[in-house]
Design a protein around this ligand. Structure first.
Ligand code: PMP
Ligand code: GLN
Length: 387
């Protein structure tokens, strides 16, 4: 065959850094602080609800938009936590994890030549799905250690071809929670350029200290141009269930549905019902996960500080960014690729999420969504390696 298989738009992306690093962790029996997934189960009630749904025979295709029980629970969740009103029938749509919500939304809203503004480091699927849709990404860099929004570069990323802003707060990989002032700036630029805002809020319940997650759709004048994406994976420690959703104006949700009906149509039937149960759990369940994660963050931060490694203190998510340049490392990508074999620890190089690779040359991301003894073992191994 004269033309090789493979979509040319995806040629720059290769294998995701998560698959690469988890494979290396397995190969070298390393402590996996790379790919972000918890190593303990979430709320008992949620697990039990899945077992019950299977036992009750809810095992066939759910409706394309998702089970009504789940769509209603999502709408109630938006009202309860944020005062956002969405119609469960026309403004809420269930997807195969946030990953499918992102890809279907990009394929629905972005056409060839449209520009998508995003911050970097960006979650890896953002760049790939914008490329698949034929769009062009325009980025503004968040810089270590405070990862503050740089107004000048953000303004410069907008143009008359801007179709949407793809935002992520709380932010993977930096752990940043965008402030009200930063969100106001982003929203005013989106309005000025008549752009949509697609906001990935999968870590909405994983915030620490005084940080407050502000959903973009709750800001004045934004609900009509915002599509909000979230997922049960982080909130209920069920990353393998792949239940996500998107909510926003009916017309935009319908556009997402037009794509999704031909990619997966529907998925995860019994898990959808279990997530509906989870979303109705009392506030304490949400708060206890966040406070347990804050303790794990502190454990990891203290261990890294003891080794003289500079870090940024995350206000949310599963992740700490560490500056390994302080160890004499000049290329964090090479460092991360060889660490599983040399130290028995896996991490993720931040440059995998960047166009401006120089801004991330010394940075790696370490996940703390692990049992304390696993974090301690990872720190011990790093200590021995450095020492
Ligand atoms: N967005 C961000 C920012 C993420 O970190 C992740 C993965 N944890 C996803 C989307 C994908 O979510 P899901 O596992 O629900 O597909
Ligand atoms: N979101 C997870 C992370 O950032 C990984 C998800 C995936 O493997 N695609 O580590």
């Amino acid at each position: 065959m004269s033309r090789p298989p493979g979509n040319a738009a995806l040629a720059p992306f290769g294998t995701t850094i998560f698959s690469e690093m988890s494979a290396l962790a397995l190969e070298h029996d390393a402590v996996n602080l790379g790919q972000g997934f918890p190593d303990t189960d979430g709320p008992r009630e949620v697990l039990e609800a899945a077992r019950q749904a299977i036992a009750e025979g809810r095992n066939q295709y759910p409706p394309g938009p998702g089970y009504p029980e789940l769509r209603t629970a999502i709408a109630e969740h938006q009202r309860r936590f944020y005062g956002i009103e969405v119609d469960p029938n026309s403004e809420v749509f269930v997807t195969v994890g946030a990953t499918e919500a992102i890809s279907a939304t990009m394929l629905a809203l972005v056409q060839r030549g449209d520009e998508v503004v995003m911050f970097e480091p960006y979650y890896d699927s953002y760049a790939a799905t914008v490329a698949l849709a034929g769009g062009v990404r325009r980025t503004s860099v968040l810089r270590f250690p405070d990862f503050a929004v740089d107004e000048a570069s953000l303004r410069a990323a907008f143009s008359d071809r801007t179709r949407l802003v793809l935002l992520n707060t709380p932010h993977n990989p930096t752990g940043k929670v965008f402030t009200r002032a930063e969100l106001d700036l982003i929203c005013s630029l989106a309005r000025e350029h008549d752009a949509w805002v697609v906001t990935d809020e999968v870590y909405e319940h994983l915030t620490f200290d005084d940080a407050t997650h502000i959903p973009v759709a709750s800001l004045p004048g934004m609900a009509e141009r915002t599509l909000t994406i979230s997922s049960a994976g982080k909130t209920f420690s069920t990353t393998g269930w792949k239940v996500g959703w998107v909510s926003g104006p009916a017309e935009a949700v319908a556009a997402v549905r037009s794509v999704k009906q031909f990619t997966t149509f529907s998925a995860s039937g019994p898990f959808q019902l279990a997530v509906a149960t989870g979303l109705a759990l009392p506030d304490e369940v949400y708060a206890s996960l966040a406070s347990s994660l804050a303790g794990k963050r502190d454990l990891l931060l203290a261990g890294l500080a003891e080794m003289g490694i500079a870090t940024a203190v995350p206000s949310g998510t599963y992740f700490v960014i560490a500056d390994v340049a302080s160890l004499g490392v000049t290329d964090a990508l090479d460092f991360a690729r060889t660490l599983p074999e040399r130290a028995g620890v896996a991490c993720v190089p931040v440059s995998a999420f960047c166009d401006d690779v120089a801004a991330a040359r010394g940075l790696v991301r370490l996940a703390f969504c692990k049992e304390d003894h696993v974090i301690e073992e990872g720190l011990d191994r790093l200590r021995r390696f450095i020492g």
